[in-house]
Write a protein that binds this ligand. Sequence first.
Ligand SMILES: [Zn+2]
Length: 182
Amino acid sequence: MNYKNILFITGSFIIGLGIGKYLKYKIFESNFQTALWKKEPALIICNSSAVKDNRVKDATLFWEKYNHKVSLIHRDETDTICGNKNKIKGMILLKGNEGNIPNDSLGTTNRLSTLNLSYNDNKIGEMLFASIEIYNEYIDLDLLLEHELGHAFGYSHLEEVNHVMYPEFNFMGDKFYLNKKE
Ligand SMILES: [Zn+2]
């Protein structure tokens, strides 16, 4: 399997609704930053994830450059947070293969915020909770965790090649900016 050609999508991914490319692009641009954390969230590594400490550290350092920080990184070895059925506010969970990743995707991020994350008319909501799931086989892929963390920090996709939030892995890069006009 050539993973570089796999499209990965998230709950925020809106291609495929049958709308024109121009309209689609406008939606991406105006709704790129859809929510913000009021307080720095905690990043919780669940037992199902095989991620190594240095991979997590690198991904968080990437986002620190853009003022998105986590308050702490914690391995939930007792499963008290990850095993909780409630979405505990203020948490970003990082999970491994738990069966929630859509077909043809490498990872996914489910988010809870005060506003609908796809159509919000330029309003920015408050992030409350996020749950990232990345296949353990792909956890060390360059920028994949950074991309999913971007969703957890409130960003959607941006159709700019080499941007970290580009929706396809093979055209994604390490650039980050709010939109091409800035
Ligand atoms: Zn994505």
